[in-house]
Design a protein. Structure first.
Length: 148
């Protein structure tokens, strides 16, 4: 039986701000936006009604990122909590880019550069909701592609 990757889900507190962050800073492209009904979505997601969920799908290099926003009183987003790298679960998103260029602009889009993680050829930033994003130089992606 085949298995096909669909998307990664990311809960955000301000959908427009997060969309701008990923589209303008990391050049994701818009795929679609949906507003599914609270029922039966609440059962699938184990959340309380009213959810008022919006799911916005962005794509970059075959990766589909689903930005989830909950406007309903029953399922408002919890406060942002800083996660650490050794906490079980998904830890970060990694991209190859012009690291200096992205770092210079990340705060303009509501994110934060974690200066103490800069190791000279890569570092971490946080998106507006605290999601860790690892920035690596294009040479890293080129080397990985050459090894395939």
């Amino acid at each position: 039986m085949p298995v096909v990757f669909n998307h990664l889900g990311h809960c955000v507190t301000d959908l427009a701000r997060s969309r701008r962050f990923y589209e303008e800073l990391f050049e994701f492209t818009f795929l679609r936006e949906i507003n599914p009904p609270d029922d039966p979505s609440n059962k699938l997601l184990r959340l309380q009604n009213p959810m008022g969920m919006t799911a916005l799908y962005l794509e970059r290099d075959g990766l589909v990122l689903e930005l989830l926003h909950f406007a309903g009183e029953g399922s408002k987003a919890l406060p942002v909590r800083e996660r650490v790298m050794n906490e079980p679960g998904l830890t970060h998103i990694s991209v190859s880019c012009d690291v200096d260029d992205i770092c210079a602009r990340v705060s303009d889009f509501g994110g934060e550069v974690l200066e103490d993680t800069n190791i000279g050829f890569g570092c971490f930033v946080r998106d507006p909701d605290g999601q860790l994003i690892e920035l690596l130089p294009m040479a890293y992606a080129e080397r990985i592609e050459a090894e395939r």
